[in-house]
Design a protein around this ligand. Structure first.
Ligand code: DHB
Ligand code: FE
Length: 281
């Protein structure tokens, strides 16, 4: 049987991808950030994922503003890195797992989550930057990745509670899959940031730390936090953090924090990374 062994929360700042791709990891601005993620990669490697379900948001790349699915799942066998204006990132193609992806989407839809099925899409920094941070600059990603997209770009975006419920349904679906696979769920985006307007550059370290703490100590309470609290306290783009509730919901009740890293700033953003082991695996 497949099982969810761990969850990863990870920011997705596009400038991190550019710094990696342009060989700037030793620059004084970037070095402390990349040094922190060295340990993340060791911890994740010890967990030995066979497959990643990556919950992320598209930034008007695959979906433009013409179609805005609230929740979508990519069933392709390959996802090319998208050109976001300066050429596609020079990272490996992302290999999916169509058989597992169709199992997941069927299970989720029959469980009354009305997922949009994506047969064809490219993936932007929202997906590839967390992969680079967690797996490094590799020739091939070490395992297949099934993308689940959440709309956090246009209101109304789903609630934290709904995201957590989706995570719980993902857990049920994974446990019903008859291959022995160690699955890790990534929740990506965040932490505090606002990249436009008068409050551009807003960072709230205390709020971010509290968010990381409550993933373990009070996940249900954290999932009930209303959108306006994210926007007021963590900036307009801090709302990306709702995607971390999908990851948390997928882990079951009991988790153990295996690793945490927090760094400010990268571009306009606070960068957070957490690795939670499911104690119910
Ligand atoms: C930045 C952060 C994001 O999450 C994003 O999608 C784009 C830009 C930034 O900090 O520059
Ligand atoms: Fe973003």
């Amino acid at each position: 049987m497949a099982k969810i062994v761990a969850g990863v929360g990870c920011s997705h700042v596009p400038a991190i991808g550019a710094a990696l791709d342009m060989g700037k990891t030793e620059d004084p601005y970037w070095k402390p950030l990349f040094d922190g993620f060295k340990r993340s990669r060791e911890v994740l490697a010890e967990i030995k994922p066979d497959l990643v379900i990556e919950v992320y948001n598209d930034h008007g790349t695959a979906f433009s503003l013409q179609y805005i699915p609230t929740f979508a799942l990519g069933v392709q066998s390959e996802f090319q890195p998208a050109d976001e204006g300066w050429g596609p990132r020079p990272v490996p193609v992302v290999k999916g797992d169509s058989e597992f992806a169709w199992h997941l989407v069927e299970s989720l839809i029959l469980d009354e989550f009305d997922m949009t099925i994506i047969n064809e899409m490219e993936v932007d920094h929202g997906l590839t930057v967390p992969l680079s941070l967690m797996f490094g600059q590799v020739k091939e990603w070490p395992c297949p990745v099934i993308p689940i997209c959440v709309n956090v770009v246009t209101y109304p975006v789903p609630t934290g509670h709904r995201c957590m419920a989706l995570g719980k349904a993902i857990r049920k679906a994974v446990e019903a899959y008859d291959k022995d696979l160690r699955v890790v769920v990534f929740g990506t985006g965040g932490m505090s940031h606002q990249i436009h307007g008068e409050r551009c550059g807003l960072i709230n370290r205390e709020w971010d730390k509290n968010f990381l703490d409550r993933l373990t100590s009070d996940p249900e309470g954290l999932a009930a936090v209303p959108h306006k609290d994210y926007i007021r306290e963590a900036g307009a783009e801090g709302i990306e953090l709702v995607m971390w509730h999908v990851m948390r919901g997928a882990l079951g009740d009991k988790v153990e924090e295996a690793f945490r890293f927090y760094h400010v700033p990268a571009s306009n953003t606070a960068v957070g990374n957490i690795i939670l082991k499911s104690l119910e695996a």
